[in-house]
Design a protein around this ligand. Structure first.
Ligand SMILES: NC(=O)c1ccc[n+]([C@@H]2O[C@H](COP(=O)([O-])OP(=O)(O)OC[C@H]3O[C@@H](n4cnc5c(N)ncnc54)[C@H](O)[C@@H]3O)[C@@H](O)[C@H]2O)c1
Ligand SMILES: [Zn+2]
Length: 366
């Protein structure tokens, strides 16, 4: 069986992302140079470990000198300092040294916490990400951003710590809930819109087979989506330029999530509404054709995302967009589409235009 190898090119900190069906049960060879003769800790949750951890542990045992498994409960509500310190304590108890390695087997929440723990432990030890959600495989596990929520603010405290390798086995996605699969699907569609018209067309064409978790389609679309994220990170590790493109649909998406207390919508649902909004705003500003906006809306609709704005006043959504980390000097930075595969950043969109599109989104779907 073939394995895709995509390199994240960051000079001395470059690393490979391997994508392959069944990879977790045949990755010993790929881990050898990182783990040979060293202690390793595999961080996971009880459930993910039961489903997929044994296969990985067997492979790690082949090459590492000692392997411990550290299990913690995950979930967005546990992405905090308590879990971070639990992980650090577990690493200390396992006797990890400066040359030890932490492997994280889980979704984006565990990846962010584990990544941060690896960056703090003894001022930074090696990290291997083994993402098990669509969002983590195509987005969160690549790029080295780590974080926990703090003082009630999402991802307030974090570090940059690039992994030594990322092992993505798309077959693990077959045990994921459809709710969580869809959250990742929104990001895959986003990757197509911002940089890869072929990926977008491919999702359009094979959406049903993707949603049916057909192994070949899963592997292909995950690999292509990884390529986009890897390319963006390589061009802009610290998010000053092109990495901001990844924020497509997120300006309004984050405002929706925070205005509804992170409960009413999944991240993917909120971002999907944000993408419909961005497409319509682009159309309104004359940046893209009606066709470009329609294709995005249609695909998101077929993928089962709601196009409905929550019952939150437009003024409140606008205020929250102004509070976004990426807003500068009182101006909202909108990532907008020119055509599928080409986006641009515009920060002087008139407030009345933004309100106009928000109201249109309300009335057309209410
Ligand atoms: N670091 C980054 O660059 C970056 C980028 C995007 C998002 N994120 C973060 O990612 C997080 C969201 O990640 P997520 O969407 O992966 O959610 P998640 O990590 O909460 O995982 C979703 C749920 O699925 C379970 N799960 C994971 N893999 C499974 C599998 N294969 N089978 C069955 N169950 C499985 C998890 O235990 C969890 O209950 C957010 O906290 C977000 O801030 C980080
Ligand atoms: Zn996102």
């Amino acid at each position: 069986m073939s394995v895709h190898e995509i390199r994240v090119k960051l000079g001395a900190r470059s690393y490979p992302v391997f994508v392959g069906n069944g990879l977790l049960s045949r990755c010993a060879g790929r881990l050898r140079t990182i783990l040979r003769g060293r202690k390793a800790v595999i961080l996971s949750t009880p459930r993910i470990h039961r489903l997929h951890g044994h296969a990985l542990a067997r492979q790690v045992r082949v090459v590492a000198s000692k392997v411990s498994v550290l299990l913690v409960a995950d979930g967005e509500e546990r992405k905090n300092e308590a879990t971070l310190f639990r992980v650090l304590r577990g690493m200390a108890r396992a006797g990890l040294q400066r040359d030890g390695c932490l492997l994280v087997l889980g979704g984006g929440v565990l990846g962010d916490i584990g990544g941060m723990a690896a960056s703090l432990y003894m001022r930074g030890i090696d990290l291997v990400q083994c993402p098990t959600t669509l969002l983590a495989q195509t987005d969160a596990a690549i790029g080295g951003k780590t974080a926990v929520d703090f003082a009630g603010i999402k991802n307030l405290v974090g570090t940059f710590h690039q992994p030594k390798a990322v092992l993505a086995d798309p077959l693990t996605l077959r045990t994921l809930s459809s709710r969580h699969f869809r959250t990742g699907l929104a990001e895959v569609i986003k990757h197509g819109i911002i940089l890869d018209p072929r990926l977008f067309a491919s999702v359009e064409k094979r959406l049903d087979r993707f949603l049916d978790l057909e192994p070949g389609v899963l592997e292909d679309l995950v690999a292509r989506s990884v390529r986009i994220k890897a390319e963006v990170v390589a061009r802009d590790e610290r998010e000053s330029g092109v990495r901001a493109f990844l924020n497509y649909g997120h300006t309004l998406g984050h405002a929706i999530e925070s205005a509804t207390g992170y409960r009413a919508y999944t991240h993917g649902q909120a971002v999907a509404i944000g993408m419909v909004f961005a497409a319509r705003l682009s159309l309104r500003l004359g940046l893209c054709s009606p066709e470009t906006s329609r294709r995005q809306e249609e695909l998101l609709h077929r993928a089962g995302f709601p196009g409905v704005l929550p019952r939150v006043p437009s003024g409140e959504l606008y205020r929250r967009m102004l509070l976004d980390k990426k807003a500068r000097a009182g101006r909202i930075q909108f990532v907008l589409t020119r055509k599928i595969g080409v986006v641009t950043i515009i920060s002087n969109v008139p407030k009345t235009t933004v309100f106009g599109v928000l109201n249109q989104l309300r009335s057309s779907h209410a």
